[in-house]
Design a protein around this ligand. Structure first.
Ligand code: M5T
Length: 243
């Protein structure tokens, strides 16, 4: 629908409604270009999830603006906006039904070929095919139990089925081993042209190869750059690296 994956945060502040405390996002200025992978790192409660939640309008800014493709998200038709943005949440939400049903959630008309292509990128195809019923395997009540990492990979594949222009991965590979996670990140680039990818993570290895990494602390950007740049310039980043 013509929306490319450019994102601009301009002087963005955000306070949760009814919260007694001050803003959880403070004066953020940040541009993510189509095709760019941007890592977001910072301690728990730093505001990482809140920040990315402003893009699909899970929340609305208190001041400033968030733009997608140069247009204020408040002026973009919500359906159109959400069609182009896929969020893989921190907490995986799979429902009782087949793997295929779960993958098609959000794009009911996806073909078998499309869901398999997405599952391959998310490193899920092989373990799915190892079940006797493959994509028709039932999950949840009366079905198989997947490991935490397998669930996360289904959740990533589900987001990819929609071929988003913007993919937001909110700490969604925490249970996936580093080697598999790296493979997923590398194959993502080939899957959607010019995909803008935002990766929130706790581990440095998840963001180390990003085009740029944003270090968030108490709602503010305290460092931005490549891994090499931040290792030289950002004490908090060095601390995370050493921990
Ligand atoms: C940032 C507060 C939270 C924290 C700050 C979701 C949510 C968060 N907060 C609220 O007051 N109400 C809410 O509904 O906002 O939280 P975050 O954006 O979740 O931080 P994070 O993503 O960096 O943390 P984590 O733990 O996911 O790495 O003060 O209390």
């Amino acid at each position: 629908n013509g929306l490319t994956g450019r994102i601009d945060f301009e002087n963005v502040f955000f306070t949760y409604e009814g919260a007694a405390s001050d803003a959880v996002i403070k004066n953020i200025n940040l541009t993510c270009m189509p095709g760019e992978t941007v890592g977001i790192i910072g301690s728990t409660g730093a505001g990482k999830s809140s920040l990315v939640g402003l893009i699909p309008r899970f929340y609305d800014v208190t001041a400033g603006s968030v733009k997608v493709n140069g247009e204020d998200v408040k002026n973009i038709n919500p359906r159109r906006l959400r069609e182009k943005i896929a969020v893989v949440p921190q907490k995986t939400l799979l429902f009782t039904g087949t793997i295929s049903d779960n993958l098609r959630w959000g794009k009911e008309d996806a073909s078998q070929q499309e869901i398999e292509a997405a599952a391959k990128i998310a490193a899920a195809h092989n373990f799915i095919m190892a079940f006797p019923e493959g994509y028709q395997t039932r999950l949840g009540q009366g079905g198989v139990n997947l490991s935490g990492g397998q669930k996360q990979r289904i959740s990533i594949a589900r987001a990819l089925v929609r071929k988003p222009a913007i993919l937001i991965m909110d700490d969604c590979t925490s249970a996936v081993d580093v080697v598999t996670e790296t493979k997923i990140r590398e194959s993502l680039k080939k899957y959607v042209d010019n995909l803008t990818c935002l990766i929130i993570a706790q581990r440095i290895t998840s963001v180390m190869d990003a085009d740029k990494i944003v270090v968030l602390d108490n709602g503010e950007i305290i460092g931005i750059g490549t891994h090499e740049e931040l290792m030289k310039s950002c004490a908090v980043y060095q601390e995370i690296f050493q921990s």
